[in-house]
Design a protein around this ligand. Structure first.
Ligand code: ADP
Length: 494
């Protein structure tokens, strides 16, 4: 009998209002049911929003460094439980233990970083244009925030939002992805044990179309942070727009790694293996295009295929596994669909392109690392996000052409260039249309204290991570203090 898990509303663990549930299964072994979770309704969101609103009234008045102390305790608990959480995360979403440990570590780093910011979060003071008057401006919390997250970074992405959001004095209604509900419960357990007051973070499990949508429409929820597909993000944006909510969108990517003819090819191959096939390609920053200078194209492709074919697929709990399963059957079918389109449009498939089978692989949603060459920028597999271990190789004859190909897609999250020429690297850093550029490193590897996010159809101008996330989780308050003892009219009595 699988364990039953609950929502967390107003500091109390509870079932969904109508008692319905859904199963959480292991993508590497689909017969393993990891737990039964509440399939919540909009009335659960209602209760969660009320609880978050009640809690906000006192949480916003807690001195920020005191809020930070709770985050420090959460960080310490995460450190203590890192291996336990990583193992559970691997079971529920498949990536190998080395990667799930990294996911928890990102939560730890973000907790420490957010706690440290509670002693800064600087305001700005300016001179007044009038005598005997002082101008201050400082950050205030937004209020109740809705958080809707995907399954590929079940600890890192919620942490990027909840920790700085709490540090700034906000409270939360949190809906994690249906594929990774257990990690969310662990995060909430930790915040509760760290001493977070009741109602500051409320967890509501369930479907995006009910719980997620109710969050985007609830009048008490002032801001929504969404990470997921561009199609869903557009729906979220419509609802948040109609209900005048602040909105931070983190959506698709079609990230490219450029390799110029002077690059260190060993390094570039290591980078693309990690970027394209790490997390089974299921990262918004995954490398899904490789743009090779024609002079090194053949050598690089030959060496890359030889190394990619040696990657070990399997259950991420086993040692030595490089590539875990796809998250679920629907997503694996989507990858198969893109592979078929790639072949039909004339790309040359030189590795993989099929469901991985044999032995324990038959129990889960495995797909072989796949490489297409002879891809041109107009092909579907060169333009659309696939979210799987599928790499499209394109050719260029100059830096300028490589940049043009990189910029030809609608997305702009991450980018990468391998070259030993500092001048060309700097031109790329300036001209690649992306929120992130790596020089001589893969497209993946964000650090908690740096802004994270993309341009163009990837986002809507906000950033998670670093100091930039506080621009989303705070509003500016301007305070004018007139100590002249008389009416002074701005712009008139000068
Ligand atoms: P993915 O394909 O990566 O699962 P989605 O964009 O479908 O990406 O899901 C990301 C998150 O958005 C999940 O938590 C999902 O439940 C939620 N979601 C899905 N549909 C909606 C919706 N209509 N409104 C709000 N949230 C939604």
């Amino acid at each position: 009998m699988a364990t039953s898990f609950q929502n967390f509303i107003g500091g109390t663990w509870c079932n969904s209002s109508d008692g319905k549930t859904f199963e959480n299964r292991n993508p590497a072994d689909w017969n393993e049911i990891l737990g039964i979770f509440p399939l919540s309704t909009s009335s659960d969101v209602e209760r969660a929003a009320q609880a978050a609103d009640d809690a906000f009234r006192s949480w916003r008045l807690v001195p920020a460094p005191e809020r930070g102390n709770i985050l420090l305790r959460a960080a310490e608990l995460l450190v203590r439980r890192k291996d336990e959480i990583a193992a559970i995360m691997t079971r529920e979403m498949g990536k190998p233990l080395t990667e799930t440990r990294g996911d928890v570590q990102e939560g730890i780093d973000t907790a420490f970083y957010s706690a440290s910011e509670t002693r800064r979060m600087f305001g700005i003071n300016t001179p007044s244009e009038l005598r005997n008057k002082m101008n201050l401006s400082f950050r205030i919390p937004v209020g109740v925030c809705g958080l809707i997250t995907p399954w590929n970074f079940p600890m890192a992405i919620p942490s990027w939002n909840i920790f700085p959001g709490l540090a700034a004095g906000n409270t939360f209604v949190f809906k994690p992805a249906e594929d990774t509900p257990w990690t969310a419960n662990l995060l909430i357990e930790i915040l509760d044990e760290a001493g977070l007051p009741k109602g500051c973070v409320n967890l509501v499990h369930g479907a995006g179309s009910t719980v997620g949508e109710a969050i985007t429409k609830h009048p008490l929820i002032r801001a929504v942070s969404f990470t997921g597909s561009t199609a869903t993000g557009k729906l979220v944006a419509q609802n948040c727009g109609v209900h005048t909510k602040h909105l931070c969108l983190e959506m698709g990517g079609k990230n490219a790694q450029i390799v110029l003819e002077d690059a260190d090819l060993d390094l570039a191959i290591e980078g693309v293996l990690w970027g394209a096939f790490g997390t089974t390609g299921q990262r918004c920053t995954a490398t899904s295009r490789l743009i090779l200078h024609e002079k090194i194209h053949d050598e690089m492709v030959e060496r890359l295929v030889s190394q990619a074919s040696k990657l070990r697929l399997g259950n991420g709990l086993e040692t030595g596994i490089d590539v875990g399963p796809i998250i679920n059957e629907k997503q694996r079918k989507n990858i198969e669909r893109y592979v078929a389109i790639g072949k039909k449009e004339g790309a040359a498939c030189i590795l993989g392109a099929r469901v991985a089978s044999g032995g324990n692989l038959d129990k889960g949603w495995f797909f072989e690392p796949t490489i297409f060459t002879k891809v041109t920028p107009d092909m579907t597999i060169a333009k659309e996000e696939i979210f799987g271990p599928v790499l499209s190789v394109l050719t260029c004859s100059s830096l300028e052409e490589a940049i043009e190909i990189n910029n030809s897609v609608i997305y702009g999250l991450s980018s990468s260039i391998y070259t030993r020429d500092i001048n060309r690297a700097m031109v790329a850093a300036r001209d690649l249309e992306a929120g992130i550029t790596y020089i001589n490193a893969a497209t993946i590897g964000a650090e908690a204290h740096m802004p994270f996010g993309g341009v163009k159809a990837t986002g809507n101008g906000h950033r998670e991570g670093g100091w930039a996330v506080f621009d989303f989780y705070t509003e500016w308050k301007s305070v004018y203090i007139d100590y002249s003892g008389k009416l002074q009219r701005a712009q008139i009595d000068i």
